[in-house]
Design a protein around this ligand. Structure first.
Ligand SMILES: [Zn+2]
Length: 270
């Protein structure tokens, strides 16, 4: 499932490819055909990402809102594109480049009020300039008994964080995922926010998510998992200390953690 870093990378790519250009829009699949006809040949003004939501702003105040959900994907073709697959919901093209969107749960035409309503439901996005971590901290305190690992996936609290980043950031912060929100101090929260933001920034410039410090030698017990780009995500053995990784369901997703490196009171070894 794409996390916020992927959406931000796509927004930059679409900005580069389409902004200020007249763009052809179609819906080979047909489910976006009426909307595509309204957009076809218009000037593309901007692409913007907030959390896991992507917005294409068109001249005339029209906005396309895309959420990729679990399986949606964009495919980019430089030069003459292939015939579209019958599943392409939306195709954008200029003479130089074509982008196909396949399988999104959400691809809809909205206006500025619709966009404002979506943004009002989203917590701060660590990848956006000016995002205030203390706004998130205040939301955490509204549900003080909620586990921090659960709160991090709630897009109303903080937007853009997906399962991999919540798992790896909590590991790096040395915080046990079931730590109650009220036990997280402001300083711990600010450190966790910075970890999340830095990991996501790294992920927004590359296609592949990696959270490990390449200079950190994996624990010998980690075996094959020591070559993975993660500390604990989908691991059996902690890459750092060699302990067995625990897995629990948390907010409907698989949560991995190391009970040696991560403590309920927070404050890890780093
Ligand atoms: Zn460990």
């Amino acid at each position: 499932m794409p996390e916020g870093n992927t959406i931000h990378r796509l927004a930059r790519e679409h900005t580069r490819d389409f902004v200020r250009r007249l763009v052809r829009v179609s819906s080979p699949q047909g489910r976006f055909a009426g909307e595509a006809r309204r957009l076809d040949g218009r000037r593309f003004r901007a692409a913007d990402a907030v959390g896991k939501h992507l917005f294409h702003l068109w001249e005339g105040g029209l906005i396309v809102h895309v959420h990729l959900g679990m399986a949606g994907e964009f495919y980019r073709f430089a030069g003459p594109p292939p015939e579209p697959r019958p599943t392409v919901r939306m195709r954008l093209s200029t003479p130089a480049v074509t982008t196909d969107l396949i399988g999104p749960p959400t691809c809809e035409l909205i206006d500025e009020a619709g966009r404002a309503a979506i943004l009002a439901r989203l917590g701060p996005d660590p990848l956006r300039r000016g995002a205030n971590p203390m706004t998130v901290f205040e939301s955490l305190y509204k549900r003080p008994d909620r586990p921090i690992g659960d709160a991090l996936l709630d897009q109303r609290v903080i937007s853009g964080v997906g399962n991999i980043y919540r798992i790896e950031a909590l590991f790096l912060a040395g915080i046990h995922p079931l730590t109650r929100s009220r036990r997280i101090s402001p300083a711990q929260w600010l450190a966790l926010w910075e970890l999340i933001r830095d990991l996501m920034r790294r992920g927004a410039t590359r296609r592949r998510i990696s959270t490990v410090d390449p200079s950190e030698v994996p624990h010998p017990a980690a075996g094959r998992g020591g070559r993975d780009p993660f500390y604990v995500y989908q691991h059996e053995i902690c890459r750092r200390c060699g302990s067995r990784i625990r897995e629990i369901p948390l907010s409907g997703r698989r949560m991995f953690f190391c009970a040696t490196c991560q403590r309920k009171t927070g404050g890890g070894r780093r």
